[in-house]
Write a protein that binds this ligand. Sequence first.
Ligand code: GLC
Length: 548
Amino acid sequence: MTHELASAVGLPSPTPAEGPLAASNSSKGRGWWRDAVIYQVYVRSFADSDGDGIGDLRGTTQRLPYLAQLGIDAVWLTPFYASPQADGGYDVADYRTVDPLFGNLADADDLVRTAHELGMRVIVDIVPNHTSDQHPWFRAALAGPTSQSAGSARERYYFRPGKGPAGELPPNDWESVFGGPAWTRTADGEWYLHLFAPEQPDLNWDNREVHEEFESVLRFWLDLGVDGFRIDVAHGMIKAAGLPDIGHKEQARLIGAQKLPFFDQDGVHEIHRSWRRLLDSYPGDRIGVAEAWAPSPDRLALYVRPDELHQAFNFQFLRCPWDPAAMRAVIDESLAATASVGATTTWVLSNHDVVRHPTRYGGGRRGLRRARAAALLMLALPGSAYVYQGEELGLPEVTDLPDEVRQDPAFFRAAGQDGFRDGCRVPIPWAGQEPPYGFGPGSSWLPQPDSWRELSVEAQTGDPYSTLELYRSALELRRRLPGGPMRWLPGPEGLLALSRPGLVCTLNTTGSVIEIPLPGRLLLSTDGMEPSGDTARIPTDSCAWWAI
Ligand code: GLC
């Protein structure tokens, strides 16, 4: 419906962002990321080309035409580097090699080239806060002398003697994000720091070699042609001097809510500045995206100052409950904070670490209605937006995975904690009547629910009421809209109404229909609403776009 829709409402043709990127890559300063829609591919769960049940780079490349048709600007690929996979590849043993599970370097090269030919950019993940415990540096650290001897290979990590008469207690009270102590004791009695799993020792960013190595790794991938990096734990590389105790249990719950001595330390910004200089030294607009769980929009905005990174995920928006006042406040604060540093906001509703938003918003039909409405709101806001694979299909969280198939290290370290991350990582249903629904020629590493038959790409394609067609329409219209600043419009309680040049967006967050004077010509709605006369009846938990 989108082509007829766009021409029927008299919107201009798409901007030249479409088509092969070769030409635009040679010119700097367009700021493509400022309003880009970037699609997150969780490689292991996207598309499997070789039948081992695990998604791979070739599978992803084969599905790139689908993403181009969806209308996204860039793809972010989660880590595909050599890794023992203790944390889904966020435990990297060799930053310059593709893990055989996912393919090889030629496959990575092919993926980047194909994406560029289709007019999409490619962002890869870089994991600088920690390595795998199988990384040569960490193996050398364990094999060599303790941190007390000068020049020890342990200086690249955080090794410390323990507390207590025999050093039997960890050096401080820090807890791992995945639960349990953030320290593990080695055979010779020293302890090492790991903010995540024990298989992910934290690097010491006070060490010169660590800086040099990562600059070299960034160059390696930039030379291969990637358009930027999503920087894992971008708020974590610097720890407070002296590694002070926190004096509080359940520290994982404080992340993003309060300042901790291992997150959001001012020193991280120097690293991002140096990486910005490196990105700028390459042709084209190469970008850095911070995964930073900062305690406030103002702290987050520091990561996107003009000489730092280009984007930082807005997790305040992601965490916001279905409450119009809270949504409005977080949108206002985020826009103000990023504007104060001359950046744009980067909206996100789901990713591979959180419960999928249809489930967060209550699950079932109501959760899906709200998820669709939230997506339309997000895509109406000024700034960039990230779409997590499968959200365009309205996939819910899988909440009944049997324990024996789970792989999230958090599940094993923090029994009793909710929100484990396997349920949002179940492989994508593409087509067909039987699992793995076209994910690959074999099975899938996590089982897909039977109900996903109706949610496959094939099942939704061409159905004007499907979530997939809703996303396609929204992305096409968004490209044709002129953009520009937003302002709130007055409206009845529970209705969020905003306008931007050419567009009004109305979101009914309440459990009942809201009637308002017709805001304009209906462009798109999450509810298939048909306005009549001068009044618009906005259904419960729905969102609509109007041309003005
Ligand atoms: C980030 C990743 C997450 C990973 C963690 C440790 O938060 O998104 O998946 O477990 O970093 O690398």
